[in-house]
Ligand binder design. Structure first.
Ligand code: SF4
Length: 313
């Protein structure tokens, strides 16, 4: 008899509405315009998704000047781009489509709005993440990036002046609360975003992990090491009681010997990881263990973002 394993499956997990829309846009462009279709930056941070789209005819570039055939369309990734990118696309006479998630676009509009009011803007986020680069690039004025509470203390701003803040969409809900608390304790006059900028998908996936982490000896997060929301899920699993938590970038190469002294494992998938990878992982476990699956549902999601008419397929 195989060894027994209890598997706790987090719900919701996997693709969010913004990721779904971005992938559908690339597929729609391939169908409508044929291949190749260029994509600026990984459309979403997941190797499996990127490799699949490559096999269908997408070419991934980091900058627009890498595009060899300028008669072909280009799609900007779900993370959003600085204003300079569509400007450059126009100069290069490129046909472009913007797959920025509407929840990231909402933050871009907030930055523009605060900019018009001449308010200094603090952005809570991770340096060099493409979403942060995109959000900072919505203004020519100074925008202050803070990654932790110490950065808030070091801000070169007058604590008596009025400021506004926004956040990256894929942060840790808990860490961000602490940073906002620090901002509020220092600045007296603050304009806050109307609604929390951390998106529904990030929040729900973290809450779903919190619900089951303490039942788990090992937590497996299917995701990518350059994906902010994947890394945050690993941290949440550890912080909420799982004895160990790891990122699984490649299901096939996962060494099952690590579960030798394990009875209970938790599984989730980041917002940019497709459900097929969860299925592959479960199939792999089933071949080696007798598994009992306990699926939890923290919240039902019914968010859907429309694909632009031109790219419907
Ligand atoms: S994680 Fe959130 S902000 Fe990012 S694409 Fe998904 S829904 Fe949009």
């Amino acid at each position: 008899m195989n060894k027994k394993l209890n598997v706790y499956l987090a719900g919701p997990r996997g693709f969010c509405a913004g990721v779904d829309r971005a992938i559908e846009m690339v597929k729609g462009a391939l169908k409508k315009y044929g291949h190749p279709v260029y994509v600026r930056h990984e459309i979403v941070h997941n190797k499996y998704v990127v490799e699949n789209l490559k096999s269908e005819g997408a070419i991934f570039v980091e900058q627009l000047d890498e595009i060899k055939d300028r008669s072909r369309p280009v799609i900007f990734s779900a993370h959003g781009v600085p204003k300079s990118v569509p400007e450059e696309a126009l100069k290069l006479n490129l046909l472009y489509f913007d797959a920025t998630c509407p929840l990231v676009s909402k933050i871009h509009k907030e930055v523009e709005h605060f900019d018009k009011k001449k308010l200094p803007v603090i952005l809570i986020g991770h340096r060099n993440h493409p979403e942060v680069i995109g959000t900072m690039g919505q203004t020519n004025n100074k925008i202050y990036l803070v990654e932790n509470t110490q950065d808030v203390k070091n801000l070169p701003l007058d604590f008596n002046e009025q400021i506004a803040y926004v956040t990256q969409t894929t942060l840790s809900v808990d860490d961000t609360k602490d940073i906002i608390k620090e901002i509020k304790s220092r600045f007296k006059k603050i304009v806050e975003p109307k609604k929390n900028d951390i998106c529904y998908a990030t929040t729900n996936r973290q809450e779903a992990v919190k619900k089951i982490a303490s039942d788990c000896d090992y937590f497996l997060v299917i995701g990518a090491s350059n994906s902010s929301n994947s890394l945050r899920l690993v941290e949440v699993a550890r912080n909420y009681g799982s004895k160990k938590a790891i990122l699984v970038e490649d299901v096939e190469s996962l060494n099952l010997n690590i579960f030798e002294n394990t009875k209970n494992i938790g599984i989730t998938a980041s917002a940019s990881s497709p459900e097929i990878l969860v299925k592959k992982l479960l199939d792999k476990l089933k071949k080696n263990f007798e598994i009992k699956i306990n699926e939890a549902h923290y919240e039902k999601e019914d968010v859907y973002f429309k694909v632009p008419e031109k790219l419907k397929h």
